[in-house]
Design a protein around this ligand. Structure first.
Ligand SMILES: Cc1cc2nc3c(=O)[nH]c(=O)nc-3n(C[C@H](O)[C@H](O)[C@H](O)COP(=O)(O)OP(=O)(O)OC[C@H]3O[C@@H](n4cnc5c(N)ncnc54)[C@H](O)[C@@H]3O)c2cc1C
Length: 388
């Protein structure tokens, strides 16, 4: 949608948005209204309106929000598209992780273990929230703290570390009960301000193909501007292959869907397909599978977006490593998609932030080497991967 491209331009500060317009949704609706005003034929105007509604629903899934009115207009341009298009990894993310994993000594990775508490200096003894946690952790220079060990509580074990990289997702950071004491206020406020929306996928498996070969996607142009029940947030069903369809939905409706049984969701999707294809013989799927990212206790949402009132600075606040006692080596470093200023919400953002955090710690240990925190090179990752 070229209307979105125009929103991205405000980020550079070259010109100001229209007065009173703060969200991407408001701005796009304004542009749509101006555009549709020029369409003479009322049927064509209605059809185009429905297409815009459909595309806006798709955009909520790409951005990771309930409604584009939730997304900050000025900050939209902070997100950068990684050149080269999308790639699918035929054997999944293990083709990235295995080559890294295989170089590590055996048994140094502990899987399937839930971290329940991270106790960092000043919270170690009392285990309570510290109202002055801003004062006990410093960026560079500041007050002394007595203990410099981080304790990571994991199942029935406690691990001690001089330094940790925390890659807990934003949804978990928002849940606010892992760090003891709580993170400094500037971090907590930024964690609270950023959006961690819900985006889910519905997979419909069939025993036999039933769509024509030349159909790739069925766009759902719901006959109203308003969303009725949860299923009206599904904007399309796309063909993954001849016997597998994929639908996406976001936000409040995705949360409602997550609480339903797969069978009920499959039946609802069949009802929708029959209605839109005007064909009562569309079969029921043999299996319906859905993601439930909001309900998943290890994510509590899908990915990060910059909501109205938050900014790229919030991402930088979360990403900022925490030091104690003027130590060169940070006690806690943060990584994950929510810590990348331009590639938030993506796998490459997560990968690059993790690599930058690890490299920073290595360099800090060597002390005499210059720090490079702006790694954007993905070549070592992509090299040698079998791609479709
Ligand atoms: C529906 C959907 C579609 C997407 N499509 C794309 C796409 O096409 N392209 C793209 O680039 N990105 C896409 N993404 C986004 C991408 O998946 C994320 O940005 C990326 O996985 C983030 O990586 P991460 O390491 O920051 O977090 P995660 O992948 O969430 O990893 C965090 C890990 O921490 C673990 N964890 C959580 N809590 C605890 C705890 N208490 N103790 C121990 N471990 C814990 C979790 O189990 C998880 O393994 C999509 C996401 C969704 C939901």
């Amino acid at each position: 949608m070229c209307f979105l491209r125009r929103c991205e331009d405000y980020f550079t500060g070259a010109f100001d948005p229209p007065p009173g317009i703060h969200s991407v949704g408001e701005h796009v609706q304004l542009e749509i209204a101006i555009y549709l005003d020029k369409v003479q034929n009322s049927n064509a105007r209605k059809l185009q309106r429905l297409i815009f509604n459909c595309l806006l629903k798709r955009e909520t899934c790409i951005t990771g929000c309930n409604n584009m009115n939730d997304i900050d207009l000025i900050e939209l341009g902070s997100y950068k598209e990684l050149q080269g298009g999308n790639i699918a990894l035929p054997s999944g993310y293990s083709s990235i992780l295995d080559p890294i994993y295989n170089k590590l000594p055996p048994d140094c990775i502990k899987l399937n273990s839930q971290v329940t508490k991270i106790k960092w200096p000043s919270g170690i003894d009392n285990g309570t929230d510290s109202e002055d946690s801003d004062k006990t952790v410093i960026e560079v220079g500041g007050e002394n703290v007595t203990n410099e060990t981080v304790y990571v509580h994991c199942d029935d074990k406690i691990y001690e570390a001089d330094s940790i990289i925390c890659t807990l997702p934003l949804g978990i950071l928002k849940s606010n009960d892992i760090f003891c004491p709580k993170l400094p206020k500037y971090k907590e406020k930024s964690i609270g301000r950023l959006l961690y929306g819900v985006v889910d996928k519905i997979f419909l498996y069939y025993d036999r193909p039933f769509l024509s070969q030349d159909t790739d996607e069925i766009l759902l142009l719901w006959d109203s501007d308003e969303i009725g029940d949860w299923s009206e947030k599904i904007y399309s069903f796309s063909k993954v292959n001849d016997t597998l369809l994929l639908g996406w939905l976001s936000g409040n409706e995705a949360e409602i869907m997550e609480k339903l049984d797969d069978k009920i969701i499959g039946d609802k999707c069949t009802e929708i397909l029959r209605r839109f294809l005007n064909d009562p013989c569309i079969p029921y799927p043999s299996k319906c599978m859905c993601t439930r990212w909001k309900a998943n206790e290890f994510s509590l949402g899908s990915y990060t977006a910059i909501g109205v009132g938050s900014s790229q600075l919030d991402i930088e606040h979360i990403a900022r490593p925490m030091h104690v006692n003027n130590n060169t080596i940070p006690i806690i470093t943060f990584a994950g998609e929510h810590t990348h200023p331009n590639f938030y919400s993506t796998v490459h953002g997560a990968y690059l932030s993790g690599r930058a955090a690890a490299e920073m710690l290595i360099v800090c240990k060597r002390e005499d080497e210059p720090l490079n925190t702006t790694v954007t090179d993905l070549s070592s990752w992509i090299q040698g991967l079998p791609l479709t």
